[in-house]
Design a protein around this ligand. Structure first.
Ligand code: HEC
Ligand code: HEC
Ligand code: HEC
Length: 141
């Protein structure tokens, strides 16, 4: 009787861990599908800067779509906006928030211009880490 119980318990434990692994795989995959970084490289590399990596999901969980796509006028298209540093410093586009008040300011070039050289404008399904070149990223702040 005792032996039988142990086997049943073992079987249940095994089954449960298989279910947990399966659920984990599924949710991980969902999270990745949502994590679309936008690379913007219309002018950056031509001007000697690394491409810009905009972590869309990171921003989406903090702000409503309307804030950027209506109030700030970002068009719903990777590369669909005419963004440059003059406008940003003037408080347009990224500069509406990256002003050293609401978010870190425009002096942190490498935090935005962090893309691996040669990456074209696109919606990238990978994580920020995969796109950011080893020398780019947060090291400067
Ligand atoms: C903090 C600002 C910000 C917020 C909030 C934001 N977006 Fe975006 N979105 C952008 C920027 C910047 C781009 C890229 C524009 C470019 O490349 O010029 C973009 C691009 C897009 C695109 C085109 C690229 C793609 O993924 O196909 C879609 C669609 C989109 N956004 C939908 C949304 C939706 C839906 C929400 C709300 C759930 C949202 N955005 C919230 C800034 C934002
Ligand atoms: C509506 C406000 C808003 C706009 C517009 C906005 N950002 Fe941000 N962004 C934030 C805030 C808030 C943070 C978090 C700052 C902090 O952690 O101190 C942030 C963080 C970031 C980060 C760091 C993400 C991380 O993993 O820590 C990057 C990169 C970034 N923004 C790039 C951009 C670029 C490029 C644009 C324009 C295409 C942009 N942002 C437009 C508010 C904004
Ligand atoms: C908050 C994000 C952000 C920060 C910080 C930032 N940039 Fe940019 N920058 C952008 C975006 C977005 C574009 C448009 C990208 C494209 O279309 O290629 C851009 C474009 C550029 C361009 C090409 C267009 C132009 O204006 O000539 C240059 C050069 C540039 N940045 C230099 C810099 C330098 C230098 C710094 C630091 C002093 C800096 N950027 C900081 C987001 C940022």
């Amino acid at each position: 009787m005792k032996k039988y119980d142990e086997n049943v318990v073992l079987a249940i434990v095994l089954l449960l861990s298989m279910v947990l692994v399966a659920v984990d795989l599924l949710t991980t995959r969902d999270a990745h599908a949502e994590y679309g970084d936008v690379v913007i490289n219309k002018y950056s590399e031509a001007a000697g800067m690394r491409p810009v990596v905009f972590p869309h999901w990171f921003h989406r969980v903090r702000f409503r779509c309307k804030v950027c796509h209506a109030d700030l006028g970002f068009k719903f298209e990777a590369g669909g906006n005419e963004i440059n540093m003059l406008k940003i410093i003037d408080g347009e586009y990224c500069g509406a928030c990256h002003d050293g008040d609401l978010a870190w300011s425009v002096e942190n070039c490498d935090l935005c211009h962090s893309g691996a050289p040669g990456t074209p404008t696109q919606v990238h399904e990978s994580t920020l880490q995969k796109l950011v070149a080893p020398t780019g990223g947060k090291a400067t702040e």
